[in-house]
Design a protein around this ligand. Structure first.
Ligand code: DX5
Ligand code: ZN
Length: 216
């Protein structure tokens, strides 16, 4: 049985105080620190890259769960490994050779995640899943925080969970107290949330509500 891991998305945090925001989230009960890397090409937004991860690394012992929404993710494996990323999650849609990329990420000592966009069918994951540490089923079109959760993605989570009982299945986009039940029921166990945690009056309560929904 997989257990809950809560991963606040720092995209909703204050970038001028990134290290402090990371420590604040860990103190409030976060398991992972979700870092959204966007290149203005794979998605229509720009955020941060390996230099920011490198600057952050000495200031936190948190697990840096790096979600690369970039074209040709192969080109960044060495930089993210050297920067101290713990997990490198690439998009299936962004690479021509996912198998080679998985091997390259692992060879550099990082854990490996693979993400699929809402319109990508889940069966592309089946053969690769045994080689992955985590699969990310996007529940919004990647690119921006604060979008509405897409419940139509839940059958993909359920299909993965029925085939891979021990796989870490992450969901990202629109996760909040009113959408967590659908994700939990489908079998997701790694919960990314930006706005619902950072904008909450009591972020620790939101984190523990997510954890309870998954673990109960
Ligand atoms: C969107 C990013 C998400 C985003 C989630 O492309 O991958 O991680 O920060 O934000 P919320 O939780 O606000 O939908
Ligand atoms: Zn993300």
């Amino acid at each position: 049985m997989v257990s809950a891991k809560i991963a606040p998305s720092l995209l909703s945090g204050d970038f001028s105080r990134l290290a402090a925001e990371c420590e604040r989230m860990l103190a409030l009960g976060a398991d992972y620190l979700h870092m959204d890397v966007m290149d203005g090409h794979f998605v229509p937004n720009l955020t941060l890259g390996a230099p920011v991860i490198k600057s952050l690394r000495p200031h936190t012992r948190g697990f840096l769960d790096c979600h690369l929404m970039v074209s040709r993710p192969e080109q960044w494996v060495d930089d993210f490994a050297a920067a101290g990323a713990d997990l490198f999650c690439f998009h299936y849609e962004a690479t021509e050779d996912p198998r080679a990329l998985i091997d390259a990420i692992r060879a550099r000592g990082m854990r490996v995640g693979m993400a699929i966009k809402p319109k990508t069918p889940v069966d592309v994951v089946y053969d690769l899943a045994p080689a992955l540490d985590q699969v990310l089923v996007m529940t919004v079109e990647p690119g921006f925080g604060g979008q509405a959760f897409m419940p139509e993605c839940m059958p993909k989570v359920a299909a993965l969970r029925s085939r891979f009982p021990d796989l870490d299945i992450q969901v990202d986009g629109g996760l909040a107290p009113d959408t967590i039940e659908a994700a939990a029921r489908a079998g997701a166990n790694v919960i990314v949330a930006g706005s619902s945690i950072f904008k909450a009056a009591d972020p620790a309560a939101v984190i523990s509500l997510f954890r309870k929904a998954i673990n109960d």
